[in-house]
Design a protein around this ligand. Structure first.
Ligand SMILES: [Zn+2]
Length: 254
């Protein structure tokens, strides 16, 4: 039996975090992804408080790392700064009791064929830091929605296989990038028991992702019909009306 948890991206300001988590649990959400996309806005002390509340309401937490990350930059300083940002998310995420830190791995740069090896190496180095600190939190590179950005399902699958990191399957991104979602292929590429996923509606063109849009009920149905049957799947909804969309998702779960 697959266990599916649904919840929104975004916890909002620290001051209202307790109330928001309570509201999420009342709606039946099982998870929430904290947006550190522009900055890590929670300190250690606040993290402990939020962790307690999230345990009380049984909301699993995850982190989305800053957008300013490129593990395949030609400039060494930019790679170091990227890793620092991700590791800061791991530190606070660990204090929050979060399970994964999702991040956008980087760009292909001039030598597309070297991008994979470079990114793999940086992930392995961050993993060493995580181990050194005895953190349980996992790194989760995300499948990306633009064809000229690193992050095809194959690339993310290989990173997970070769480094032991976790992963984030963004179904909207896969659709925008590949123009279809090949669920059978994805099941084969990700045999792991635990899946961390993003889901939303999406507008896209030849080059991939343009905009995240709201989900239709039918899209939830299609997703549920095609998800593997023997996993633990966390779905983070990122559409503009994510709260309403999550409620619809829960209503259509089988
Ligand atoms: Zn993302």
């Amino acid at each position: 039996m697959t266990k599916i948890s649904i919840g929104p991206s975004g916890l909002g300001p620290v001051l209202s975090a307790k109330e928001v988590l309570k509201k999420y649990s009342k709606k039946g959400f099982g998870n929430c992804e904290i947006d550190f996309t522009y900055q890590v806005y929670i300190n250690s002390k606040q993290a402990e408080e939020i962790k307690k509340t999230s345990k009380k309401y049984k909301i699993k937490l995850s982190i989305h790392a800053p957008y300013f990350v490129n593990l395949n930059s030609e400039e060494k300083e930019k790679i170091e700064a990227s890793k620092k940002r991700i590791l800061k998310c791991c530190e606070i995420g660990e204090q929050l009791g979060a399970e994964v830190v999702v991040f956008h791995p980087g760009f292909y740069g001039k030598k597309r064929e070297e991008a994979y090896e470079n990114i793999k190496k940086e992930i392995a180095e961050m993993q060493k830091e995580i181990n050194k600190n005895n953190w349980k939190i996992k790194l989760a590179p995300e499948t990306m929605g633009k064809i000229n950005v690193f992050g095809s399902v194959e690339e993310i699958s290989n990173l997970a296989k070769e480094t032991g990191c976790s992963f984030c399957i963004d179904f909207a991104h896969v659709l925008a990038r590949d123009k279809k979602v090949d669920y059978e292929k994805i099941k084969k590429l990700f045999p792991q028991k635990e899946w961390h996923c993003h889901f939303s509606g999406i507008e896209y063109g030849e080059k991939g992702e343009r905009n995240h849009i709201n989900l239709k009920k039918e899209q939830w149905k299609e997703l549920f019909e095609n998800l593997p049957k023997d996993r633990e799947i966390t779905i983070v909804c990122e559409s503009p009306s994510r709260i309403e969309n999550c409620v619809e998702g829960l209503e259509n779960i089988k």
